[in-house]
Design a binder for this molecule. Structure first.
Ligand code: DLZ
Length: 165
């Protein structure tokens, strides 16, 4: 069902000022680490391609996606970033863990966005199978890490443009 219009991987139109001073925190789930590792690497590549200094990118690991919101909150409070990327991969299993974790994580991340008035990006795959997750972390459906980085930069640019208007 994915359409080109919905794919944030095509991120040509981000107009960012002072990229070299922008600070980004990436919080990554260790659960499904092969997949989250590919997303993390793609996110870092996208950020540096847009002029973010690698020294200004901090990466912190949390045990699973459920811990992403608190990991992001620690990053916000201690590292003072301009945006946080939360990267995780939740795969549907036999239990209802999938629904509980997915819902808790998305709500926790949204709450941080509004409480801190800061872009906290939902870079979390929620798939039925490992194969679907692989397809979205460097396979035929792109890489959610690229999209997460592009979304963070777009929101920073939006804030800059809103400040200036
Ligand atoms: C427990 C659990 C399960 C069943 N599945 C996943 C998953 O697919 N992806 C993920 O990121 N984490 C999973 N976890 C771990 C929880 O996110 C969390 O780390 C533990 O419940 C401890 O709070």
């Amino acid at each position: 069902m994915g359409s080109k219009k919905k794919n944030l991987s095509e991120h040509g139109g981000i107009h960012l000022s002072g990229a070299a001073k922008i600070r980004i925190s990436i919080v990554v789930s260790e659960w499904n680490r092969t997949i989250t590792g590919s997303m993390e690497a793609a996110a870092v590549k996208t950020l540096t391609e847009h002029g973010i200094n690698p020294k200004n990118i901090s990466i912190r690991l949390v045990p699973g996606s459920f811990e992403l919101p608190l990991g992001a909150q620690y990053a916000i409070e201690y590292l003072k970033p301009d945006a946080v990327l939360c990267i995780g991969c939740i795969i549907q299993g036999e239990t209802r863990h999938f629904e509980f974790i997915s819902q808790a994580v998305s709500q926790g991340i949204m709450q941080l966005n509004l409480d801190y008035s800061l872009p906290v990006i939902f870079g979390v795959l929620t798939t039925d199978t490992v194969e679907q997750a692989e397809e979205r972390s460097g396979g035929r459906h792109g890489n959610k890490g690229v999209e997460a980085a592009a979304a963070a930069l777009s929101m920073i640019a939006l804030r800059q443009n809103t400040d200036n208007s």
